[in-house]
Design a protein around this ligand. Structure first.
Ligand code: PMP
Length: 415
């Protein structure tokens, strides 16, 4: 729908709808998806790398063995056998979880929505990294929460920044409902909370009684031997953990999970039932078979090898084509690089020029609740090929250099 659609319903909407705006990413899609545009704007995993012959066999066995059941409703908490399989996957990351404490959702995105429904009243304060995941911002805005961003650097969230925010709230007699964090290979910044800081963040959270929501879709998409263990692997209390098959298998299946303490789990289950009755049975059975019958870890390796190659192509092209004054993160996993523009440039204002030069990115403002982020942009390396990435960065480098020249000419004129 375009932003100019006449709306006869304005007076009827719920108050929370007024805070809901189309994300910058959605608004971009129609142009960024044109074939002549190199899109570094997306966030799609490269599903063409899935083993479709093996999947054909797997789905055919699924239909043969459990067709009727997979086309039915199922228990609200989801198939216990799948929850067992997910608990085994979590154990590989160092998380010890009981299958009984897992709630299955239609993607981590629904997990976020259920948590917002469970914990947030209008005006509640949520702490989040700055920048943070755009889909989480959409959920928190719909819940009419007051999102406060916390500073990050190349080592992730800065513990002193968290502590300062908490202290300030305390002196105002206020409390944050929770900290929302993507500590590993963050979307959009591509940075990872260091080993040392993980413990510091948890210590601070414990001291202030702060609930932590850990969103972890990317830790298996790692280019390192071993990424730092999730926060939930370090403490069992005070951390609610979100996971998904979107990056290790298929985002189109819409299957994720929330690992929560029993009391919260029970509330989430009620929310699942109210929202969707039960998670999709077909998707669950496909995921269960993927995790128990297929070489899924091998498949994750296929994704990570490909993304690492593309990450290298992106970093190489950035060094070759970006003008002075530009800097960027060097992700050790995940799907995104965060770029800082030369001083005075604005990624949102620059976008029409970039699109006319046939390259797309997401302006940094999409990842903040408060209009910040114009000096940055997010670049994706999981979907475009290495050649496309190189060409896209070459075009982008030209656009940024031109903008910089214009800025220099303007400042010289006005001096
Ligand atoms: N959290 C983060 C940080 C993400 O990047 C994404 C997907 N882009 C999600 C949650 C949503 O994942 P899912 O596909 O499981 O809903």
């Amino acid at each position: 729908m375009s932003g100019t659609t006449l709306d006869d319903y304005t007076g009827r909407y719920a108050a929370r709808v007024h805070g809901m705006a189309q994300s910058e990413i959605r608004a971009l899609f129609s142009v960024a998806n044109r074939p002549e545009v190199v899109s570094l704007a997306g966030g799609n995993p490269y599903t063409a790398a899935l083993p479709f012959d093996d999947l054909e066999e797997m789905f055919s066995r699924l239909l043969h063995d459990s067709g009727p059941k997979s086309f039915m409703y199922c228990p609200g908490q989801g198939d216990p056998r799948l929850r067992e399989a997910i608990a085994d996957v979590l154990e590989l990351t160092g998380i010890r979880a009981s299958a009984d404490d897992l709630v299955l959702t239609t993607g981590a995105q629904q997990g976020l929505d259920l948590l917002a429904r469970t914990f947030l009243d209008p005006g509640d304060i949520v702490l989040a990294e700055g920048p943070t995941y755009v889909g989480a911002l959409g959920v928190f805005q719909a819940a009419q929460a007051d999102v406060r961003h916390l500073p990050m650097d190349a080592q992730g969230l800065i513990p002193a920044g968290l502590e300062e925010a908490l202290r300030k709230l305390e002196t105002q007699g206020r409390e944050a409902k929770f900290l929302y964090t993507v500590p590993t290979y963050q979307n959009p910044a591509g940075v990872t909370l260091s080993e040392e800081r993980r413990d510091e963040i948890l210590t601070i959270a414990e001291r202030y009684g702060l609930l932590v929501i850990e969103d972890d879709p990317y830790s298996m998409i790692t280019f390192e031997d071993e990424p730092p263990k999730p926060l939930r692997a370090r403490v069992e209390r005070g951390v609610i953990y979100l996971g998904t098959v979107s990056k290790i298998f298929a985002a189109g299946l819409r299957l994720g999970w929330v690992l929560a303490p029993p009391a919260v789990r029970d509330k989430l289950l009620l929310a699942v039932e109210a929202s969707i009755l039960c998670p999709p049975a077909l998707t669950q059975e496909a995921t269960r078979r993927f995790l128990t019958e297929m070489e899924w870890q091998q498949q994750v390796k296929v994704f990570t090898t490909l993304y690492q190659e593309r990450r290298d192509a992106l970093l190489g092209a950035l060094s070759d084509y970006m003008p002075q004054g530009t800097s960027w993160t060097r992700p050790e996993g995940g799907m995104f690089v965060w770029l800082d523009l030369p001083a005075g440039l604005d990624s949102k204002a620059m976008l029409p020029r970039a699109l006319s030069e046939r390259v797309a990115y997401v302006p940094g403002t999409g990842f903040y609740s408060d209009g910040d982020g114009a000096a940055h942009m997010r670049l994706n390396f999981s979907f475009p090929t290495s050649d496309e990435i190189r060409e896209g960065v070459r075009r982008l480098g030209g656009v940024i250099s031109d903008e910089r020249r214009l800025r220099d000419a303007f400042t010289a004129d006005t001096e």
